[in-house]
Structure formats: structure tokens, C-alpha cells
Design a protein around this ligand. Structure first.
Ligand SMILES: [Zn+2]
Length: 170
């Protein structure tokens, strides 16, 4: 399935395809406007503790049961680093200051069902975060994974682009 609108978000009419700037774009004839497609921004966070990183087990679809970095979509007006801090607390109970985050990667990736994301990946040392992990909303479990263990366990752990950045950050 391709993640692509078939109706105009402004008036609800069917969209057609036009060629604009050498790319096929979605066009609404009724509004006489191009409906732009953009990748959706998400923030993700790597919390590192020695040679371990914190992952959460997704509690909702898509990808229910898979292990992933704490991550989520930005609210409309939300600063990316704040979204990373918020998602970390929501999914793991850990609190960390925005000033303790380093931006380490900005990726355009395909995630579920052909949806494209701009993933801003932050990193924080575990010493900077509060101590008690408790899996929260959207997450069934949260724990530290040994980086070596991650490389071995392909069945259980989602081998996503999010995880590929681990190699670069360690
Ligand atoms: Zn329209």
C-alpha cells in the first residue's frame, strides 16, 4: 500500500496527477492547486548506558510487538527536541532535560506502509535521565539492550533505520 492521498484535503474532490518541476504531483482541479506531499517529522531518542541502549516494545499498530527506539510524531507547533523528551517520558517514564540531548542524525526513511518520515534522532546519556523505567502509553515494555545483543537478535528486534544509526553513534 502506498501512503498517498486520493482526495483533496481542502475540498474532498478526487485528485489527479500532473507533472510539475519534473515530478508527478497530486493536483485538485476544483481548487486549482497542487496538494503537496511531505514526509512527516518524528523525533526519536537513543538513551545510552555504557554499551546498552534503551528500546521500547510497541504496544500499538503498526508494528505492535516490535522493539524500537522511543519515538513519535511531532505535535504541530512542537520543537523537535521537546518531542523527543516528551516521547521518552510517555513511553519509558524517564525524564531528561532538553539541554542534555544531542542531535546525531536527520534521516528520510520509509517506515510503515510506505509512509515517509523525517526522523530526527537525538542521543542522551543515561546518567542525565531519571532512573526508574516504567513502560507507558503506546509501549508494552521498555528495557536496555546490549548493542551486541541487538545485532544478533534479528527475530525479535526491529531492524529498522532507527537501529542502523546505533552503529554510527556507538
Ligand atoms: Zn480541492
Amino acid at each position: 500500500m502506498e501512503f498517498k492521498p486520493s482526495h483533496c484535503p481542502y475540498c474532498g474532490e478526487d485528485l489527479s496527477a500532473v507533472l510539475e518541476e519534473e515530478r508527478e504531483r497530486l493536483y485538485c482541479e476544483a481548487c486549482d492547486r497542487i496538494v503537496w506531499r511531505n514526509a512527516s517529522p518524528v523525533s526519536a531518542i537513543i538513551v545510552k548506558k555504557e554499551e546498552k541502549i534503551l528500546l521500547v516494545k510497541r504496544g500499538i499498530e503498526p508494528g505492535k510487538g516490535e522493539w524500537s527506539l522511543p519515538a513519535g510524531f511531532l505535535e504541530y507547533e512542537e520543537e523537535p527536541a521537546k518531542a523527543a523528551v516528551r516521547e521518552l517520558e510517555e513511553e519509558t517514564g524517564l525524564k531528561v532535560g532538553k539541554e542534555d540531548l544531542n542531535l546525531i542524525e536527520a534521516l528520510n526513511i520509509e517506515r510503515f506502509e510506505g509512509q515517509r518520515l523525517v526522523a530526527l534522532v537525538y542521543e542522551a546519556e543515561a546518567e542525565k535521565a531519571s532512573e526508574n523505567i516504567s513502560s507507558g502509553s503506546d509501549a508494552d515494555d521498555a528495557r536496555y539492550w546490549d548493542i551486541e545483543e541487538l545485532k544478533e537478535d534479528e527475530e525479535e528486534v526491529l531492524r529498522s533505520h532507527f537501529l542502523e544509526v546505533i552503529g554510527e553513534s556507538s
